[in-house]
Design a binder for this molecule. Structure first.
Ligand code: V3L
Length: 85
């Protein structure tokens, strides 16, 4: 049984879906039970922290966004900053 999971990061008053490639890399790291994964997102290195279930820029102390893994789409704002409605 192959259940596909989706990964989301927190926006203002809602959730954004990660882009497809980033989402795949996050899911692979999660399945491998890594505590976190570092990924290049929009030109910056982000830490995706599975213990805190949060993401944040590695080099610069900045916003900590909640992340979420779910089988079904919650109502999303869009994908990686591109609005879908
Ligand atoms: N994928 C794409 N862009 C991201 C991601 C990501 N995983 N994480 C941060 N950014 P920060 P509203 C978001 C962008 O966390 O109206 C949304 O995608 C982030 O974009 O301080 O508040 C929207 O494009 C922000 O522009 O490192 O819901 C935008 O915010 C920038 O990196 C507005 O969304 C700094 O985020």
């Amino acid at each position: 049984l192959n259940i596909e999971y989706h990964w989301f990061y927190e926006g203002y008053d809602g959730w954004w879906l990660y882009d497809k490639q980033t989402s795949t890399e996050i899911e692979n790291a999660f399945q491998n039970q890594e505590p976190f994964v570092e990924l290049l997102i929009a030109g910056f290195i982000y830490v995706i922290d599975f213990e805190e279930m949060a993401q944040y820029r590695k080099e610069v102390p900045g916003k900590v966004r909640k992340i979420q893994r779910a089988k079904t789409d919650p109502k999303i704002k869009g994908i990686a900053g591109l609005k879908t409605s």
